[in-house]
Design a protein around this ligand. Sequence first.
Ligand SMILES: [Zn+2]
Length: 243
Amino acid sequence: MSEPLSSKHIGDRLESEVIQVGRPLPRETIRATESGILANCSASHCNWQGLFPNSELAKQAVETHYDHALEDADSRTRAIHMGSRTYQLTALLDAETAQQLDTSNPGLGTPGWRSKDQTGSVREPVFPRTTGSVDELVGRGDVIERAPYHQNEIVKRVSQTRSAGLPTWTVVFVAHNRHELETLDDATVDDLHYINECIARDGKVYERYGEDPLNNPAFDVVGGAEHQAHLHAFATGGGRGAE
Ligand SMILES: [Zn+2]
């Protein structure tokens, strides 16, 4: 009798069982997969994604996706896939780490052939994956404090996004100097700021890019507010408005 194989490790499974393709794949599917290769079509407005046991299969699947798209009955699908075939490949290294692969390098599956810089380091950034949900940690009306500014900002919304195909979130806030606005709904595009590619780790929110992404949280949640709180109360140190 053989051991039951873990669905978390795509590389362990038979090819026919493990290839998952979607437009796009559910965030939960990606979150639950610890290892494998995630491929994304980069054609504008195309959300095609696939999870594969290795980068060769991922590349083949992208080629097949492009071949089919160029024969699609929908002329828009054909139009966005004309020209160069662009895609991203992301190696899921474990539940907490991923690596961007260089798709221009023919030695994709051979570590020794990977693209290198002059010092010999592999030029494919390793970055942290989310292990929680940012929208469970922060939401509309919360007061956040961003280092190094130490100003209280008020969150307008938290939206689900993707970066390199992996689940991320964008936190949109109204800057402290615009808190003379009556409510969050009065904030216009000019009042809003964006913290992109956010991930969750142990109850904190981080930006997934940069030199040492997990060194400092993107912000601390320092308070909550009623959804329709009068924002100017924060500007004058009034805290939670009508309390
Ligand atoms: Zn596509």
